[in-house]
Design a protein around this ligand. Sequence first.
Ligand code: IMP
Ligand code: MG
Length: 180
Amino acid sequence: MRVHDVKEILIDKHAIAERVDQLVDAVADGCGADHLIVVGILKGSFMFLADLMRSFHRHDVHPRIDFLTLSSYGSGTTSSGEVEIIHDIREDIIGANVLLVDDILDTGRTLASTKKLLIERGAESVCTCVLLDKKAHRAVEFEADHVGFPIDDHFVVGYGLDYDNFYRELPHIAKVTFHD
Ligand code: IMP
Ligand code: MG
């Protein structure tokens, strides 16, 4: 890892909590509450997804949950361009309304290819929700249905997001500042 620090907070935990509730209001309205399966992309989405699930409680919506482990980054801060399934979902998604959740939308490859795969497998609908949207490096045309916060071109960590699998435990989103 390059010499760096994660002192600068970009989005604090209160702002995240408030936005998560708003996102769930929008998702419960727009993504089909019946036969809903929430699919989280690991590892980055685990904290966001846990908070989304808790917030569904207010709407009396009872989604099932599953996880997909993907890898598009080696170690470092640039996407390798290849999206590999390391661990697949177990739920039968034929006819289901799927809410696909990721931590951040960057090049768009992860969500574009995963959404396509779930539709090919017979999902009735696939709605996408990301905490962060970083438009600067989009490589494929893709927009998420629900976005927590658009961000500028920074590498960020915390609330599930990592740098080399570190900092996922931070309760906020912090900017990684590199020192040369
Ligand atoms: P995409 O396929 O390029 O859209 O990549 C999405 C994945 O890249 C996310 O699930 C993250 O794991 C990772 N990623 C993209 N930007 C960042 C960042 O700023 N911090 C940490 N992970 C990131
Ligand atoms: Mg990730």
